[in-house]
Design a protein around this ligand. Structure first.
Ligand SMILES: [Zn+2]
Length: 157
């Protein structure tokens, strides 16, 4: 698996999506993780849980990258998927979103974050999912076909 994107300028995201678009032939899987999920996956990973072992590394990479940023810096800080909030060590995502090409062995994974204000602004989980799909659609373009979003097993659907 390639390194996940941690410094997502719009141009980088676009390039990343284009590669993933080819790999999944336009089909994507969207995964949601809360910080509680991440904690559970740390335990799960230690116990050999496949799901945790697959998704913890890119999440840890994103969280590690954000934790190393000492102030909100445009061009360096990952940005909230739904607004202009920049993440840094004192502003961690409230929800993590993984965008994965729908292939048996995806090599591209895009991990994004949603800030607390946006998360609070969504009435419920379906609203959050709809907001995420809208955000991705603006980058992926209208020709992208989408599978129904799949929720992490440890998610909060
Ligand atoms: Zn936001």
């Amino acid at each position: 698996m390639t390194k996940p994107l941690t410094k997502s300028t719009p141009e980088q995201m676009q390039a990343h999506f284009e590669r993933g678009h080819e790999e999944g032939q336009g089909l994507w899987q969207i995964l949601f993780f809360t910080p509680q999920d991440v904690m559970a996956m740390v335990m799960g990973s230690a116990q050999g849980d496949d799901w945790a072992r697959q998704w913890l590394p890119p999440l840890a990479h994103l969280i590690g990258g954000i934790s190393a940023i000492q102030s909100a810096t445009r061009g360096q800080s990952p940005q909230c998927l739904c607004c202009d909030t920049l993440f840094w060590q004192d502003e961690l995502p409230a929800v993590f979103v993984g965008l994965v090409p729908a292939s048996d062995e995806p090599t591209q994974v895009t991990m994004c974050g949603i800030c607390e204000q946006c998360d609070d602004g969504f009435e419920d989980f379906p609203a959050l999912k709809a907001g995420v799909l809208d955000a991705f659609r603006s980058v992926l373009g209208d020709d992208a076909r989408e599978l129904p979003p799949q929720v992490a097993e440890t998610g909060r659907a």
